[in-house]
Design a protein around this ligand. Sequence first.
Ligand code: PEP
Length: 253
Amino acid sequence: MRKNIVAGNWKMNKNFADAEALMIQLLEYKKNNTTNCEVYIAPPALYLTTAKDIFKNGEVEVFAQDVSEYQSGAYTGEISVEMINSIGIDGSLVSHSERRQYHGETDSHANRKVKALLDAGLTPIYCNGETLEQRKAGQHFEVVKNQTEVALFTLSADEIKKVVIAYEPVWAIGTGETATPEQAQEIHAHIRSLIAAKYGQEVADEISILYGGSVKPDNAKEIFSQPDIDGGLIGGAALKIEDFSKIIEGFNP
Ligand code: PEP
């Protein structure tokens, strides 16, 4: 069956000492608590090696926040799949809305990045979701359908099973505004039904679909209790152990 996952996206936050301190707090937390979900973090690329050292027994899986679609070469500032693979990183976020907004990423880029990660045996966490204008215009089902099809539907059934999807309505990211559990559930069910129509229900049922957008300690449990929501991609609340651990505990009975 599919995994429950709580993943922290640290974005461009924390100097090295603060990042290392938070990783050590998270390791201590994991050692002293039983969790009912897998825990991932995506720290800034500069700290990936340190993260892998700290979580050397796999207590927390470590992800990059982005990866190049190209194998190697003259791509200044980029990081390749081979590079992250060579230091034992587990996967990467792909096409987070901030990559789309500030770096012009599209679902065609996402498609190539997802494929590059899968070819190397790493896990893509593919992010999609509609903007406020698109939601107000009632286009959210159609937008998410197009995104999912372009980014993922060239994959084989065996490949798509290894992708984690994060539905993140852009209007809820970092805004303090959260989709209601019902709003999130209906899009998650929609994404799963699209996958089921293309690849079959068995494949669709194996894919973890995370919700992202202002998940906090006080709303995590209700969001995670929805049938098609398999966890969360957490931004701001992943930066403090008190908040992140309470969100992880959203999976506790
Ligand atoms: C994110 O960046 O993926 C995110 C969901 O951010 P926040 O939790 O801060 O809204």
